[in-house]
Write a protein that binds this ligand. Structure first.
Ligand SMILES: NC(=O)c1ccc[n+]([C@@H]2O[C@H](COP(=O)([O-])OP(=O)(O)OC[C@H]3O[C@@H](n4cnc5c(N)ncnc54)[C@H](OP(=O)(O)O)[C@@H]3O)[C@@H](O)[C@H]2O)c1
Length: 292
């Protein structure tokens, strides 16, 4: 089958380039091939390639930047997925789209389920929630996979930032009142491929019957502070570290343009039960990711 992958150079998109060929021929696109702000071009490329599967790994993910560029965030995170979903339905293609734990306000005490009310605190979360709504309204065959704290060992991820800071500073000060589930981009791509592979024989119908919002993230949850400590401990180049200790601080001490939810862990049992797959614990996955 033909597959279109949007966002091939992002954390998740990069990993999809490795695992998607299991399912078919992949046309992988980045910003140079297509700017998602050009909504007509999104529709045109899909009508030309006529894929059976569309993976949207692209997004405007600059959470603070979205506060000053809400229109751009909305176009990329809400309007473009809407066009993908409408065109997918027209072509009889499955759409897999990713959303975020930031659709919640973080006031919960236990992990959020798909039934819990949304209430995004920032423009990024609002734009992603609107994207979910557009995909649902198109009413085709779709999976909206909400995930959290995505990292990879490429680029400017939290893991790489902590590793860099740990080689330059004696103390790291990391917020301990933000809690969620770290999710390795490779695990996210591979679990998605496994879920789709199960249903390949009757792909469109099978996903249409299961269409909806699913939570899909590393199992368990942790504060950013505890996560950073684990990253420092797992560092294979520990001998190069200058860091002596990691200190917990409150989010209020690090004001940012966008307010983040404090507790945004996701309960992933609906995905696990529907697709009969188990999500690995976040800390085992981190160890594996960092072992290279
Ligand atoms: N990162 C997280 O912590 C996190 C948490 C929860 C949910 N998510 C969701 O998970 C999904 C994957 O996130 P990620 O971390 O892999 O994102 P990412 O690394 O920021 O990658 C996003 C990709 O989208 C592309 N893109 C952005 N604007 C574009 C435009 N106008 N035209 C074409 N391409 C454009 C980017 O291209 P450039 O490289 O050229 O900018 C990049 O390749 C997204 O839906 C995100 O909202 C992420």
């Amino acid at each position: 089958m033909n597959i279109v992958l949007f966002g091939k150079n992002g954390q998740l998109g990069w990993e999809f380039q490795r695992s998607l060929p299991l399912l078919g021929n992949v046309a992988a696109l980045d910003r140079g091939d297509l700017d998602l702000c050009d909504l007509a071009a999104v529709q045109k490329v899909l009508r030309e390639v006529r894929p059976s599967l569309i993976i949207n790994a692209s997004a405007y993910t600059d959470v603070d930047g979205a506060e000053t560029k809400p229109d751009m965030a909305r176009t990329i995170n809400a309007l473009a997925p809407g066009v993908m979903a409408e065109t997918a339905r027209e072509l009889g293609a499955v759409l897999v789209h990713y959303s975020t734990d930031y659709v919640f306000d973080g006031g919960a005490k236990t992990p959020y389920t798909e039934m819990d009310p949304t209430n995004p605190l920032n423009m990024y979360g609002k734009s992603k929630l609107e994207g979910e709504e557009h995909v649902q309204q198109a009413a085709g065959a779709y999976l909206i996979l909400r995930t959290s704290w995505v990292y990879s060992l490429r680029g400017n991820s939290f893991v790489n930032k902590v590793l860099t800071w740990a080689r330059k500073n004696s103390t790291l000060r990391i917020v301990d009142d933000q809690v969620s589930g770290p999710t390795w981009a490779r695990m996210l791509a591979e679990i998605t491929v496994l879920a789709l592979a199960q249903n390949q024989a009757n792909g469109y119908e099978s996903i249409r019957e299961r269409s909806g919002v699913y939570h899909l993230a590393g199992s368990g949850f942790v504060s950013r502070y505890e996560w950073a400590k684990q990253i420092v401990a797992n560092d294979p180049r520990r001998a190069e570290q200058t860091v002596q200790g990691v200190e917990p601080v409150r989010s209020a001490e690090f004001p940012t343009p966008a307010t983040r939810p404090l507790f945004s862990a996701l309960d992933c049992s609906h995905f696990q039960e529907t697709f009969d797959l188990q999500l690995p614990p976040w800390d085992r996955t981190l160890e594996l990711a960092m072992a290279g």
